[in-house]
Design a protein around this ligand. Sequence first.
Ligand code: HEC
Length: 198
Amino acid sequence: MASSTWWSSEDLWRKFAIWVTAIMFLVLIILTFDSVSEIKSGTDRVPPYSVINQRIDYTFDETRNRMAPIIGSEAPLFGAALTTEQAEELVTKGKLTIQAKNCINCHTLLGNGSYYAPDLTKAWLDPAWGSEAIREQLMIGFLMNPSANARTFGSGRKMPNLGITEEEAKGIVAFLKWMSAIDTNGFPHNFQPMKQGG
Ligand code: HEC
């Protein structure tokens, strides 16, 4: 009869598997709460939605050796400062539209999505919108009718018309402005922002 050693006992390994699964399950829960506390809006890296009332600068941070957003002076979106609730409502409208229209079928947001069209993380700061003075109108015009207002950012590809209303376009612009204020450790790399005055 083969004598079995302690480490080859079936019972030991069954208990071991159960303990490892249980501990890892706990670790997963702890990490989930930890991640949520880092990524929710209103933290150091992810500003509150009311940041759309301010100018977002994007400059090189010498100490960190990467680009970083700087929340600047008052610069209300569409000319009217919003309350915290109104800002959240508008950004949420944009987020829901982006989800409903499945923009990440072509684009990436914070690096997630598809690689057919440009990453939208810093799209608000794209020099292709000309200047601060005309950016909001150009963005809305483009989103509502991309084929007529194509910016052709050198790709030669065109964005199709997605039937976006003006209200939805404003929400998207608010969402993109808020997202550009997120400190993404310099992602996307090599992005050069538009020059903003004052
Ligand atoms: C079928 C693919 C496709 C889908 C879906 C799509 N786009 Fe685009 N988008 C493009 C392409 C291609 C470009 C580049 C257009 C150009 O160069 O003229 C673009 C450009 C853009 C730009 C300008 C990017 C920049 O860097 O300034 C924005 C903003 C944008 N799209 C937003 C959206 C939003 C918001 C949605 C969803 C509502 C969306 N797109 C859905 C293909 C798509």
